[in-house]
Ligand binder design. Sequence first.
Ligand SMILES: [Zn+2]
Length: 233
Amino acid sequence: MPQLDISWASLGKSTNKPQIMTHPDFKLNVFLEASRPILLILNRVYSLASASALALTADIMTAPATLSPLTPAQLDEGASRCLALQQSGQDIHRKRPFAAILLAPDNTTQLMSSLSLSHVRHAECELARNAADNYSWEYLAGCTMISTWEPCAMCAGTVYWAHIGRLVYLASEKTLQGLIGAGNPENLTLDLPCRDVFVAGQTQVEVIGPLTSEGWERRVVDDAGRYWSKHGQ
Ligand SMILES: [Zn+2]
């Protein structure tokens, strides 16, 4: 139906009756009325597509909140993605060489990632906080964080509080300290193994790392060395 509008500004002075005027959107309304069947069909198609996408998300989200063992292939794939993130963070985004990703309970789907944002906003704790904001405590118990470097005490603590079930790190904090050197104000490495933090907690965090024999620690060091050779002591 065309919409009508009573324009009081157009009151006829002689008759003192309001003039009933056609709304300026009349043509648009007629067009929308004629298009209604097509719009209904498009709406239905969109709804079906959305439902399909939601069903896929639900499959991932309702996965059991228990840790499934990481296969060597999944470990390699996750490590490769994490190192690639560190490399691109350094080369493209001018970030310090630290990176972390979060895998869903299927050990394959990557839920989120983070780079080192500042001297207090480390990749691992930024990711853990984002994860805790977006996913349930129970769900995260089935998730795996992979980081290029062993998380510091602050980041390990955040992983614990976020209730992320498993941590994989490629290179150790000791190795980082050796690479950076003592007394470097850009990274005064906190010498406390993440396992020492986790063991003090009341829930278990499975820890895998460093991946030395698999060759990942060496690759992380090689990549990070490009940065620290310019920012070392
Ligand atoms: Zn940290």
